[in-house]
Design a protein around this ligand. Structure first.
Ligand SMILES: C=C(O[C@@H]1C=C(C(=O)O)C=C[C@H]1O)C(=O)O
Length: 381
């Protein structure tokens, strides 16, 4: 069998398939028009079930799963096309945000601003704020909620908060507050976290018996602490641990903190980069009360809830695939007390203000129980 011959025959089949695919997609305009007239929903599950049953019956048995998958994708693309047409026709986006607010503004991200951070001086949030803004005026609050309240009440322009860590995962409390306050993410930063063993000047490493830090830092350095043969104690944050050690008269304690804290609290770095994994990053976000998209935004964060049934995540992922949109984060999260729904965090890469992202946002309501759009922004390293 000559490969070139077979390929010619494949090409012929593909030309026909492509022609039929375009015809099928063009019918979406007529279906959309009829649905605008009748007020019927784009997604008609009964019709789709019938179609898939028919497809399965008509296919040879060994090709049934592939045929069903192919037609599911065709129907998904058809629905996305209908959503796009309906949204344009009525001039009204069904997405979580209207199109107008999805367009980037012309002014650049500010270099100076008043910023709310959780913790105390030297905390990783403060280090992040100083990398995110050239000259930030920082107000420290005790809790994440305090940060949101400070921005909500107009005391600060922006808030800086941790959103996920490469070892511990997403910070659910921050996601919940984003949804509760309807705030937008306007920038993010991937900060490499290096923990250091800090002690008062003159203290020797071999004399250390107890180490103080935040529970996550202790977890991230657990192998090191075991080797050191010390007991670990939790404090509210790593900066507070440094402060505690600096004030204590004891000569057998140390803190796991950032290098900045050594200078800040007059401590010596006994050993640097003591974390077990050298791939330890925390992502911080800048939040604002008003939705704002700054130039160059390519990352979008969403929180989607889906029914607990076979294929629900697949139907959403299909939309990304059909629009050639790359996923950079997908994490599931249990919803306490709600057995019949699933919540997922999605981050996608797609320039804000362009067709694929608008089309995607317009078409998600159809395959999700709820869609939360948290903003489009630039991630800096
Ligand atoms: C095209 C329609 O809209 C949707 C898409 C379908 C398809 O692509 O075949 C089927 C049912 C609907 O969910 C329709 O209602 O017929």
């Amino acid at each position: 069998m000559d490969l070139a011959d077979v390929r010619n025959r494949i090409d012929e089949v593909d030309h026909k398939l492509l022609d039929l695919f375009c015809q099928r997609m063009e019918l979406a305009a007529e279906v959309a028009e009829s649905k605008i007239g009748s007020g019927k929903a784009v997604f008609d599950p009964a019709r789709e079930r019938e179609k898939l049953l028919d497809v399965a019956r008509r296919s040879p048995e060994r090709l049934q799963p592939q045929a069903v998958a192919l037609f599911s994708l065709l129907m998904s693309m058809n629905k996305a096309e209908q959503q796009r047409i309906i949204a344009r026709g009525t001039g009204e986006s069904r997405s979580a945000r209207a199109h107008a607010s999805l367009k980037p503004v012309s002014e650049p991200f500010p270099a100076t601003a008043s910023v709310a951070c959780q913790g105390v001086e030297g905390a990783y949030s403060q280090i992040a704020a100083c990398k995110l803004f050239r000259v930030p005026g920082i107000t420290f609050l005790n809790t994440f909620e305090g940060v949101f309240r400070a921005v909500h009440e107009g005391l600060c322009d922006f808030g800086v908060l941790p959103i996920e860590n490469s070892t511990a995962g997403s910070v659910n409390a921050v996601y919940d507050l984003l949804a509760e306050y309807s705030f937008s993410i306007v920038r993010s930063l991937r900060l490499k976290i290096d923990h250091n063993l800090l002690a008062r000047p003159g203290v020797q490493r071999e004399n250390i018996h107890e180490v103080y830090s935040h529970e996550q830092a202790i977890a991230q350095c657990s192998d090191y602490l075991e080797k050191l043969g010390v007991t670990a104690h939790e404090l509210k944050n790593t900066a507070q641990a440094a402060e505690f050690v600096s004030r204590s008269p004891r000569n057998d304690i140390a803190a796991l903190s950032s290098r900045d804290c050594a200078a800040l609290y007059g401590l010596d770095v006994l050993e640097s980069n003591v974390q077990d994994s050298d791939n330890n990053y925390t992502r911080f976000i800048v939040v604002s009360a008003e939705p704002q998209i700054f130039p160059g935004a390519t990352r979008t964060s969403l929180m989607l809830t889906m029914k607990h049934e076979p294929g629900s995540l697949y139907r959403v992922l299909e939309r990304f695939y059909a629009l050639d949109i790359n996923l950079v984060k997908l994490e599931s999260r249990p919803i306490p007390g709600r057995d019949f729904e699933f919540m997922f965090y999605f981050d996608i890469e797609s320039p804000a203000g362009t067709e694929p992202l608008d089309t995607l946002l317009d078409s998600l309501d159809d395959v999700c129980e709820s869609v939360k759009y948290f903003g489009s922004y630039t991630e800096v390293l």
